[in-house]
Design a protein around this ligand. Structure first.
Ligand code: URA
Length: 275
């Protein structure tokens, strides 16, 4: 089997495995977070503090402790979707003390929960959380092409020519965006409601934009590049997941079918919509 970007086999059953990968798979933290735990001296293997990032473990014989608590691959990972409200930073802790999404999800039930990707502080909608560091990392990898659909309330009227520009790829300061799906929505349709629940403000329109990249402020920058300022932005879908059954500020566990579809995308066994 071909090695992945970290030089490891993607086969989840191969032992020994890198310690940070083991910790991520066990749901302790993301891969990067697990590396930080190691370098901070918080991880012991068979009684010895291990800080070296290349170290390997075989969970069938090695005892791994984080902060003195045994870690195993036994429990299945948690997956949930949050309907993120505006005003929350996508981080599990904020040194500046701003409200962050960690306050909205059950970190007591699922230590090691982290958001898969980021929404801007003023963006609302679907934010996926998991304790599965490998799946989280894979879903964000550009090669997975996970589709994300956004609904944007923008200033001005969007012309057919501007839609064509969005569909074809827009020059941004970090390179041309990949082709996107773009359409104007009827502002009175249910699909537009998340960004204009009380009707569309005068002089504004509603656009649906589906992209598979995840660059910083990408949707706002793409729309800005065709002369439309985003007033409100909402994410409606992420890969096979659609924001349903969860009100603003609420979370719910993924259903078994959603989990399976997501894990298929994370493994690369389905297209970006999970089909
Ligand atoms: N694109 C943006 O501009 N902002 C987001 O929050 C997500 C995508």
């Amino acid at each position: 089997m071909a090695p992945d970007a970290a030089g490891e086999s993607p086969d989840e059953r191969v032992f020994p495995m890198r310690l940070q990968r083991f910790l991520a798979r066990a749901g302790v933290a993301s891969r990067r977070g697990s590396e930080n735990l190691m370098t901070a001296g918080r991880v012991r293997v068979n009684g010895r503090v291990v800080t070296e990032l290349g170290s390997k473990v075989d969970p069938s014989v090695d005892e791994v402790l984080v902060d003195g608590v045994p870690v195993s691959l036994g429990e299945s990972a948690a997956y949930l979707m949050l309907n993120k409200p505006s005003g929350y930073v996508t981080t599990m802790s904020d040194p500046q003390g701003r409200p962050c999404v960690a306050a909205l999800v059950p970190t007591d039930l699922h230590p090691g929960l982290f958001p898969v990707g980021r929404l801007d502080v003023d963006t609302t909608g679907l934010l996926l959380f998991t304790t599965n560091g490998d799946a989280g990392q894979s879903l964000l990898h550009p090669s997975r092409h996970v589709n994300k659909r956004y609904v944007a309330l923008v200033r001005g009227s969007v012309t057919p020519h501007q839609l064509e520009l969005l569909r074809g790829g827009i020059p941004l300061d970090d390179g041309i965006s990949s082709p996107a799906r773009a359409e104007v929505l009827d502002p009175s349709s249910p699909a537009a409601r998340p960004v204009c629940p009380d009707g569309v403000p005068r002089g504004c329109s509603v656009v649906s934009l589906e992209i598979h990249e995840g660059r910083k402020h990408q949707v706002k920058r793409m729309l800005r590049a065709v002369n439309h300022k985003v007033v409100r932005l909402h994410r409606e879908s992420f890969g096979p997941l659609v924001l349903t059954g969860v009100g603003p500020g609420e979370w719910r566990d993924l259903t078994k079918a959603e989990r399976d579809a997501l894990e298929r995308v994370a493994r690369g066994g389905a297209d970006a919509d999970g089909r």
